[in-house]
Design a binder for this molecule. Sequence first.
Ligand SMILES: Cc1cc2nc3c(=O)[nH]c(=O)nc-3n(C[C@H](O)[C@H](O)[C@H](O)COP(=O)(O)OP(=O)(O)OC[C@H]3O[C@@H](n4cnc5c(N)ncnc54)[C@H](O)[C@@H]3O)c2cc1C
Ligand code: FES
Length: 244
Amino acid sequence: MLSVAPGRDPLLRRPFGIHDFVQVGEEEARMKILYQVCGQGTSLMTGMKPGEPLDLLGPLGRGFSYRTGQGDTAVLAGGIGGAPLLYLVRRMKEDGLQPVIYAGGNSATEILGASEFHALGLSFREATMDGSRGYRGSVVDLLLEEVEDEGKLTIYACGPWAMMEKIAGISRERGWSMQGTVDSHMACGMGLCLGCAVEKSQPSSDRKYLMVCREGPVFDLEEIKWTPPGPSVNVETGPAIQGE
Ligand SMILES: Cc1cc2nc3c(=O)[nH]c(=O)nc-3n(C[C@H](O)[C@H](O)[C@H](O)COP(=O)(O)OP(=O)(O)OC[C@H]3O[C@@H](n4cnc5c(N)ncnc54)[C@H](O)[C@@H]3O)c2cc1C
Ligand code: FES
């Protein structure tokens, strides 16, 4: 959670994933964040000067996990969803996994971090909706064209809700394993405001929701309902049910 300006405007921190680490000398590493400018906070970030301090709370929540020797692995990035996947893929490669990376966007300019993914020397496949680079269509359709129906696959995905919903449905049908990130509005980042709640797939009598900031943002396929959350949570009455 980054405080994007020194004063109180904007008041709330903004959530970002860790894009990569760069070693600087023997004892120091720099953390990289890859971001898309879409509002007040990210616009302010573009005006920052090198060396200017930035207040950061983290690392928070739960990230991706993998096992060495787990077999066929696909990493699926939708637009800015590629941001937190580079470091994951780098670590997988260091541990001997050979994931195939599928990156997609509406057009070529939306495929982010392509040169860094390429530099890893793994299979890097691209899809754009307008056909300006790689396969014409969605990144999920490209994956479906290239993998066998019956094979076992473990998927790591980060992208917009529509992509996550689609790949979760397909993974369930085909018996694939999947871990994916959930994009939700976050205010506190620590499980206090309840603003980031998502519905559990199998609610228990005492728990219907999981907090994306603390229990995610990465969830297993079976943990949650992969559908966009409804209206934001009222801290007094708890999360609103979709359609209520
Ligand atoms: C766990 C997590 C990790 C993220 N990692 C990254 C990252 O690595 N790089 C990156 O560029 N972005 C990332 N995001 C999204 C990023 O946090 C938002 O885009 C950011 O808050 C925008 O701040 P802003 O002040 O520029 O825009 P705002 O003024 O806060 O918002 C601009 C517009 O985007 C909408 N919006 C804001 N946050 C979200 C959200 N989470 N989901 C859907 N719509 C939203 C707002 O409703 C508004 O319409 C991440 C989000 C989450 C939850
Ligand atoms: S962001 Fe406040 S509870 Fe998750």
